[in-house]
Design a protein around this ligand. Structure first.
Ligand code: GDP
Ligand code: MG
Length: 458
C-alpha cells in the first residue's frame, strides 16, 4: 500500500490567528516550481540551500506585492522530510497566509493532510516512528517534564534503548537459523543454558521498560486529584497552597466553596488537574447541596482523592463516619500550626493504612512533603525520569508486552526441549514486536492512524 503519492504538499505551519510571523511550508519535487509562481524577478532555482533570503511575494494574478517574506530552501535529502522543502516566513496575518497558500495550490501544490510532513520524514527514513510520535508529543506537551521526555524520544532515545535488544535477538536468530541449516545434532545442553541466560537478560531489560510505563503514562496523560473533606477543614487553603496562588476563596464561614473548582498544575512533572470541592455535610441550602452532589461525582471521577481533616478540633461522630465511607488515597491533617487535638491512636484508626501528611496550609509547612507524597503514591516508587529510559506511549507499551510474552514462550519451549523451528517462531515474533515501536514492522492503516492525530503543517 502506498502511503503517499509523489506530490508536492503545502500547509500553513503556524497556528491559526494573528501573529508576528506566519510560516508556510512546501515539501516535494515541485516545491521550487510552486514558489517560483510567487517570485517576481528572482529565480527560485538560484536560492542557496539552507540560507535565508528576503523576497517580495507577488500575486500572480494581479501582479501586486502580497508581502515581504524570508524564504529558506532545504535541498533533498537534507531536509525535515527528506524531499525538497521550502519555508516561507511572512507576516502572521491569516489573510496573507491563506492567500499565499491558495496561490501555491493553484500552481500545483496539494494541501497537506495532518502530520503529512512528518509522515514523509518517516517514510523517507529521516526519523523512525517513535521519533515521529515524539514530534507530536513535544508539540502537545503541557509541562516542562513532558517536553523533556518528548525531546529525549525525538533524539532517538527509545530507538537507542531497543537497539541492543534487537541485536541480541538477531544474533540468537542467526545462530538458530544456521544450526537448522548445517548441524544435524540437536542443541546441546551447554548451548541451551547459554540461550536461556540470554533470554533472561533480554526479558529483564524489556520488563524494565514495561515498568517505566506506570510513571510514563501518568506523565503523558496526567491525573485528576480531588481534595475532599468536611466544611472548614482547609480544603480550599490546601488547593491554593499546592497551586502556589490564591485561586479559591478561603473563609471561616463553613460552606463557602459551593461549586467544584479546578486548575492544572505540575507535581514533579506529572500534570495534575487539582479539584477543590464543596465540603460534604447535610445542609438545607439548595445551592450548597448541588455543590455536595458535584463533590461526589468529583470523587468518582478522580484518580487520586485526598481527604482533609483538621488537627485543631476533636472529630465528631459524623466526621468519623464520613471518613470511614470515603474512598480516599491520602489523608492530610491540616492546621498543624495549631495544637493537635487528637492522638496517634485516633489517626491510626481513621487512616485506613493510607499515607498521612501533616501540613499547615496557612504557613505552607509540609506542602512540599505533601507533593512528594502525591508523587510517590502515584508512581508507586517508580524511578525518577532522569534514571533511565521511560516509555510514555501506550502503543510502545503494548508492543513491549507482546515482546516479553514471545521471549517467555521461547524460554519455556527451550526448557521443554522443543526444536529450533519452534524457538525461532517466538524469537522472530519478539523481534517483529520490537520493530513495531520504531515502525519497521507496521501496517499502513496503523501508520495512517498515528499521523492523523498530528496538526496540519507538521
Ligand atoms: N490556623 C490555620 N487555619 C487555617 C489553615 N488552613 C485553613 N485555615 C482557616 O480555616 C478556615 C477554612 O479554610 P478553607 O480553606 O476555606 O476551608 P474549606 O472549607 O475546607 O475549603 C479559614 O478561616 C482558613 O483561614 C491552617 O493550616 N492553619
Ligand atoms: Mg472551600
Amino acid at each position: 500500500m502506498r502511503l503517499y503519492e509523489n506530490t508536492t504538499i503545502a500547509a500553513i505551519a503556524t497556528p491559526p490567528g494573528y501573529g508576528g510571523i506566519g510560516v508556510i511550508r512546501l515539501s516535494g519535487d515541485d516545491s521550487l516550481k510552486c514558489l517560483q509562481s510567487l517570485l517576481d524577478t528572482k529565480k527560485a532555482t538560484e536560492l542557496v540551500p539552507n540560507q535565508v533570503s528576503l523576497q517580495s511575494l507577488i500575486h500572480s494574478e494581479s501582479g501586486q506585492v502580497i508581502d515581504e517574506a524570508l524564504i529558506t530552501y532545504f535541498r533533498s535529502p537534507h531536509s525535515y522530510t527528506g524531499e525538497d522543502v521550502v519555508e516561507i516566513s511572512c507576516h502572521g496575518s491569516p489573510v496573507v497566509l491563506t492567500e499565499i497558500l491558495r496561490l501555491l495550490a493553484s500552481s500545483g501544490a496539494e494541501l497537506a493532510k495532518p502530520g503529512e510532513f512528518t509522515l514523509r520524514a518517516f517514510l523517507n527514513q529521516r526519523i523512525d516512528l517513535s521519533q515521529a510520535e515524539a514530534v507530536n508529543d513535544l508539540i502537545h506537551s503541557q509541562t516542562r517534564y513532558q517536553a523533556q521526555l518528548a525531546t529525549r524520544q525525538l533524539r532517538g532515545e527509545v530507538s537507542k534503548q531497543l537497539k541492543p535488544l534487537k541485536n541480541a535477538l538477531v544474533e540468537m536468530i542467526v545462530y538458530f537459523e544456521s544450526s537448522l541449516e548445517f548441524v544435524e545434532d540437536d542443541l546441546d545442553s551447554l548451548n541451551i543454558e547459554r540461550f536461556q541466560l540470554q533470554i533472561d537478560i533480554l526479558c529483564s531489560s524489556v520488563q524494565k521498560l514495561i515498568s517505566s510505563y506506570q510513571l510514563g503514562r501518568l506523565v503523558k496523560s496526567g491525573i485528576k486529584l480531588a481534595i475532599v473533606g468536611q466544611p472548614n477543614v482547609g480544603k480550599s487553603s490546601i488547593f491554593n497552597a499546592l497551586l502556589g496562588r490564591d485561586r479559591a476563596i478561603v473563609s471561616a464561614i463553613p460552606g463557602t466553596t459551593r461549586d467544584t473548582l479546578s486548575e492544572v498544575l505540575a507535581i514533579k512533572g506529572i500534570p495534575v488537574e487539582l479539584i477543590d470541592t464543596a465540603g460534604i455535610r447535610e445542609t438545607q441550602d439548595v445551592i450548597e447541596n448541588l455543590g455536595v452532589e458535584r463533590t461526589q461525582s468529583a470523587i468518582a471521577d478522580a484518580d487520586l482523592v485526598i481527604a482533609v481533616i483538621e488537627a485543631s478540633h476533636n472529630p465528631t461522630t459524623l466526621e468519623l463516619t464520613f471518613l470511614s465511607l470515603l474512598p480516599f488515597d491520602l489523608l492530610v491533617i491540616n492546621k498543624c500550626d495549631l495544637e493537635m487535638a487528637f492522638d496517634e491512636e485516633f489517626i491510626n484508626a481513621i487512616k485506613q493504612n493510607k499515607p498521612v501528611a501533616e501540613v499547615s496550609a496557612l504557613t505552607n509547612q509540609g506542602i512540599g512533603e505533601l507533593q512528594d507524597l502525591i508523587h510517590s503514591t502515584l508512581s508507586s516508587g517508580s524511578l525518577p525520569i532522569q534514571e533511565g529510559g521511560i516509555i510514555t506511549n501506550e502503543r510502545h507499551y503494548q508492543a513491549l508486552l507482546s515482546t516479553s510474552e514471545s521471549l517467555l514462550k521461547a524460554k519455556q519451549d527451550l526448557d521443554l526441549g522443543f526444536s529450533e523451528e519452534i524457538i525461532l517462531v517466538h524469537l522472530h515474533e519478539a523481534l517483529r514486536c520490537l520493530g513495531i515501536i520504531t515502525g519497521e514492522t507496521l501496517i499502513g492503516d496503523i501508520i495512517n492512524q498515528i499521523f492523523a492525530t498530528f496538526c496540519i503543517g507538521k
